[in-house]
Design a protein around this ligand. Sequence first.
Ligand code: 4AD
Ligand code: MG
Length: 477
Amino acid sequence: MHSATIKEVLQGKQLLQEITVNGWVRSFRSNRFIALNDGSTLNTIQCVVDFEKFDENLLKQINTGAALKITGTLVESQGRGQSVEIKVNNIHVHGTADPETYPIQPKKHSLEFLREKAHLRIRTNTFAAVMRVRSALSFAIHQYFRDNGFYYFHAPIITGSDAEGAGEMFRVTTLDNKNPPLTKEGAVDYKKDFFGKETNLTVSGQLEAEAYAMALGKVYTFGPTFRAENSNTSRHLAEFWMIEPEMAFFNLDDNMDLAEDFIKNVILYILEHCTEDLEFLEKRLLEEEKSKPQTERSAMPLIEKLRFVAENNFKRVSYTEAIAILKNSKPNKKKKFQYPIEEWGTDLQSEHERYLVEKHFNCPVILFDYPAKIKAFYMRLNEDGKTVRAMDILFPGIGEIVGGSQREERLDVLKQKIADLGLDEKELWWYLDLRKFGTAEHSGFGLGFERLVLFSTGMGNIRDVIPFPRTPQNAEF
Ligand code: 4AD
Ligand code: MG
């Protein structure tokens, strides 16, 4: 017999029919009520067991976490809390779960505890809701780009170039680390390595995406990226997913328009398609925030906040204006910032970004035209000779969610920039070719997928919005 998902069954269309469901036991009350969940929805189906009809040994196997196949008649529920329930005729135990050792019991577990059990935490409502929203967001992203004439492009994961020039990369090698081949000078001889050169896991697919945009027009990547930055924060992962659109014939304003429209669209998508999960996550957040001081609570409940972002314009401010605001701000004058703002040219820390977004403007902010010195080599130099056409999008509670720019399309200017930064022009020969053959204005950006999921679900730690997080000192599972 066809087994239905619990989501389908709960709609009640098969009322009075014999149905089969498969799932995991969330709880078994009074030897009579099984709450079964199969991941298709946040809700459980109540399965009512007439215990006199079933073997005692079978009933003993029905513990929280056990996998069951249940056949029975779908009937209107007698009790409160659900509209339909299953009057059980037959139970097959796929697999039991020992209550002494199964860690996910029907009670409140801390997120920290569940992080240690990442392979089982997905069986809780919170993680299942987060991961369903994550899945919906990723679908919405592909749909948005498809509807807007973009091609999905797959950037390589192993690369010889450091796109961001930050040197925070994971090396890929097959050399014997105890006894590597050496050059005459005594350095490791990467010519003898698998690829005949030094290679790393990519920090960004942008440089390759630029090559594709300069032929296909509009492309995007959506893949894993890797950064060996030793930042143990609630916003950083060593392995994270990034969406990187790259568009030929787009300037920085076009780029900002696209980024804003894109984010609003994917948020509207989950508001429409993930109502049940978002309502649950909103309640979870309100509950969690009860224990926090008033000043640390979010100003709006989750769904209202998502609507606010989707329906209001992001504020666009130049770096120079932002520095003026920060310099004159109360926390700066009262020396409350850990990194005081003293002069034009300093990089913004997350405390500054959050001040601008959460205290000053109270909405998402796009900062643009940053000092060239604090940004990557590929960004287009402005007429003033000291700022570049960069833009970062800052979000409440998150800080930077997007980093992007108009790219330097002028060969001579780009070469100068590479030389000034002490980068190796030879490594970037193919990237320079793009400026030799049919160069044109072009732009793109990178959206950190987990930061978007964090914002969308109201979770507080990036480790809780990716299935199996990789962070310093942690690559379990
Ligand atoms: O600002 P970033 O470094 O920009 C780039 O990599 C560009 N190549 C993108 C482009 O123009 N195509 O990173 C982009 C975004 C950040 O805004 C942030 O949301 C996210 O990626 N990000 C991280 N997310 C989680 N953990 C980390 N360690 C992250 N580093 C960056
Ligand atoms: Mg950035």
